[in-house]
Ligand binder design. Sequence first.
Ligand code: NAP
Length: 426
Amino acid sequence: MPHYKVAIVGAGPSGYFAAQALQNSVTDELTFTIDMIERLPTPWGLVRSGVAPDHPKIKTVAKVFEKIASEANFRLFGNVELGKDLTLADLTNKYDAVIMATGSTIGKKLGIPGEELANSISSAQFVPWYNGHPDYANFKVDLSGKVAVVIGAGNVAMDCGRILAVDPKELDETDTADHALDLLHKSNIRKVFITGRRGAEFAAFTAPELRDLPKLENTDVYISEDEIALAHKNAQDKGEIEKHLASNLEAMKLIAETPKHGHERSLEFLFSHTPKEILGNGKVEAIKYSTPSGDVTIPCDLVITAIGYESEAITGVSFEKGKIANVDGRVSGSNIYAVGWAKRGPSGVIGTNKSDAADVVSLLISDLKEPKSNGDITELIANGHKIVDQAYWVRINEAEIAAGADRGKPRVKAVSVPDLLRLGQP
Ligand code: NAP
């Protein structure tokens, strides 16, 4: 009976869904050993370091990941870094197939003057900072000013804007990293703008996320009713409005119509604002937009760019347009496959990765030849290197949850690699 070994690089949603697709493909004639390699001591990828802390329901998918990880044919190799502890060639030699589930971690740039000023940052820094990603635990965010601008009309921009605009008391019972929660409590930011470069009919927000906004208890949320009426008309002029857009426009209309309470904190959406220049002497002082009615300058103290991501380069793989060069997930001339954002770019919600990974795994299976028998990955990792296997991770996970229970939170995250390794120490 053929038995194949598959390495998955990256323990985020697309990696787990690829593992699940492999597990679902096991038959009497076909079996797999699945080794998941992850640079951090913690798995779950964006479910841990991307999903906003005030959206705990989205994180419940981690239960599915843990079920996949508990299967006998799955091994986690956390705290193991490709390019440092192992090379890609090591993996392609030892495994029948290598699935790259490495995501997109670099924030896209606007390419406008002033983008390099202090207090002009990227969602690729701000989001992992408030979520306690070890690489960003010491990132410095300046929340001493009053006005913040978030550029982009997608769900990441909405997460960044909402985290800045809510009363931090509303985050006390979440797993926001302690360093971020402390600073948010001291934040002077009271006005947040989220700006889209096109009309509201082109916004990439999704309706469930928009519908959450009128429920904020201490923040008034503004969208111009005229903007939404115009977006509706523009969309209608092109024919029948498709369902997704209709519910988005409806959710935005609801925000526009919701009575305002005169809260000190506000979140305001502006559309048809194309960023032209970030202005300031050494640090951000204002942002200039071009709009249909001419240039508009908004004084502000912080600019967060949330306009999408690109994948980080990995030695041994070609990249094009910010993602791994691939056709339907297959990397030509190799036994390498790509899934998730590394394959298709930064699009879709977590669930999108399930069918996507299943399609790539079908291709992978159709490519399989004679199984390799080149020994085990553990032979490649230096003696004494601390590997976070599933049991080690379970101890980290339980320790964080226990620390959270004492403080009425789902967990308290350890935010440095040494602290995480200590937490799970047998
Ligand atoms: P996104 O949905 O692709 O949105 C990117 C936004 O940036 C778009 O509005 C885009 O406008 C704008 N943009 C791009 N280049 C720009 C430029 N040069 N100047 C100004 N604006 C620019 O990306 P995302 O927000 O990073 O989200 C990534 C994926 O994760 C999405 O699929 C999203 O739904 C998902 N996500 C989901 C959740 C959730 O379910 N709660 C939370 C976070 C993220 P144009 O349309 O004009 O290009």
